[in-house]
Structure formats: C-alpha cells, structure tokens
Ligand binder design. Structure first.
Ligand code: RB5
Length: 150
C-alpha cells in the first residue's frame, strides 16, 4: 500500500522510526513532512495527509504530532477523512474494523516508539468489517454531506 505520512516538529524522530518500520513491512511511504525540528503548525501536515488520502494518491495515512489530537482534527476537516487517535493497538484495530479509519494519528509525547510500531502494525493489518458498521460509517459521512449543504 501507499501510506501518506505527516508530522509536526515534535514528532520528527518518531516519524522517521515509523517510516522505516512501515517500509520494512513492504509499503511505500509518501513523506509529506515536516522534516525539520523547527517549530511549525500541525494543521498544515494534517491537511496534507488528509488530501493525499482523499485524492487517492495514498491508500491510508499516518499523522503524528505531540498528542495526535491537533493533526487528527486538521485531517478530519478534509472531506472523506476518518482520522482516529489511537494510543494502543486495541483501539487501532477497532478503528479499522468498525470505523474504517483511513488516517491513524498518535502522539509522539504519548507513545514510545515500540508501542507506536505495534499500533501501526495492528492498524495496517486490520481491515473494515463492513455490514452493520458500513451503515454507521455511512451515517457519519452523511453528516459531512449535510454540513457541506448548509
Ligand atoms: C506542539 O507543541 C503541539 O501543540 C502539537 O504537537 C500537538 O500536540 C497539538 O495537538
């Protein structure tokens, strides 16, 4: 798969560790930055990851900031994006099975690199279960449609 990755300054080191890990799993990484430790604004990178996934350039996205919160909020503003903050593998797995998450977010100041690898591995290996969950995910996407028509 093609995985879009984006991060702010706080998450550069973790991004590089996860990037290498994702590549070692046989995936291609589209690195959308930042590749600097200079303070920057996480919404820029959340939007970049969201747009790469929504346009089909990438199959899935991984977004990392200090907490995972700001960057996921930004990614979720892009139409079609379901970004979930996951700090452990159980939630990561369920975010794919039940919520069909297309962006995984987590915090460099929350999870260590080994836990982050487990979260990422679990997330990339899980798939959407569909059925009743498809109806619920559709209901979420319908909210997005109604908002755009306001
Ligand atoms: C940056 O200091 C920090 O606010 C950011 O990484 C993130 O945690 C925001 O949600």
């Amino acid at each position: 798969m093609k995985i879009a990755m984006g991060n702010d300054h706080s998450a550069l080191e973790l991004k590089n560790i996860i990037k290498e890990f994702v590549e070692s799993m046989g995936h291609e990484v589209i690195d959308l930055g930042t590749n600097s430790t200079e303070s920057c604004d996480y919404p820029i990178y959340g939007e970049k990851v969201g747009r790469a996934v929504a346009s089909g350039e990438a199959d899935l996205g991984i977004a990392i900031c200090g907490t995972g919160l700001g960057i996921s909020l930004a990614a979720n503003k892009v139409k079609g994006i379901r970004a979930c903050v996951c700090s452990e593998p159980y939630t990561a797995r369920l975010s794919r099975l039940h919520n069909n998450a297309n962006v995984l977010a987590f915090g460099s100041r929350v999870v260590g690199s080994e836990l982050a690898k487990m979260i990422v591995e679990t997330w990339l290996e899980a798939g959407f279960e569909g059925e009743r969950h498809a109806r619920r995910v559709q209901m979420i996407m319908d909210i997005e449609k109604r908002e755009q028509n306001l």
